[in-house]
Design a protein around this ligand. Structure first.
Ligand code: IDP
Ligand code: MG
Length: 140
């Protein structure tokens, strides 16, 4: 399948620590995404800083780095037709208070910063973010 049919996600520390990992993976799989690669890990502050480097000018950057390195995460590459856009619809708006009912952030997120999941915003970033965590040999 063409790499543009892939997206990248993380289940964030608030969701793993609250015990939502299984429920979130279940929603992702039932929505038709195939797991290409997946790992349960934790980011150092330095790694979180590199991952979110595109946000370094934003006022919440330091808090984001601290939060994303505060606990375990699940990183995964997902495959589906129209993966990037369909996954953004499945997770809902950045602020869970504005996320559509039934979306992953609406169901599981705590706040605009601790918002349960990451989803790539473009095919280009999906490829960059996936390569941050996985080598080609780890994608199946
Ligand atoms: P997205 O995750 O919906 O693509 P982005 O604007 O790319 O949202 O922001 C990246 C992450 O930074 C968000 O998922 C959230 O964890 C955090 N974030 C975004 N906006 C704010 C904010 O206004 N305050 C605190 N954290 C924020
Ligand atoms: Mg984003």
């Amino acid at each position: 399948m063409n790499v543009t049919n892939r997206t990248f996600t993380m289940i964030k520390p608030d969701a793993t620590s609250a015990g939502h990992t299984g429920a979130i993976l279940d929603k992702i799989i039932k929505a038709g995404f195939r797991i290409v690669a997946m790992k349960y890990t934790r980011l150092t502050p330095e790694e979180a800083g590199r991952f979110y480097a595109i946000h370094r000018e934003r006022p919440f950057y330091n808090d984001l780095i601290k939060y994303m390195s505060s606990g375990n995460i699940v990183a995964a590459i997902l495959e589906k037709d129209n993966a990037v856009d369909d996954f953004r619809k499945l997770i809902g708006a950045t602020d869970p208070a504005k996320a559509e009912p039934g979306t992953i952030r609406n169901l599981f997120a705590k706040s605009i910063d601790a918002n349960a999941v990451h989803g790539s915003d473009s095919n280009e970033n999906a490829a960059i973010e996936g390569a941050f965590f996985f080598s080609a040999l780890e994608m199946h």
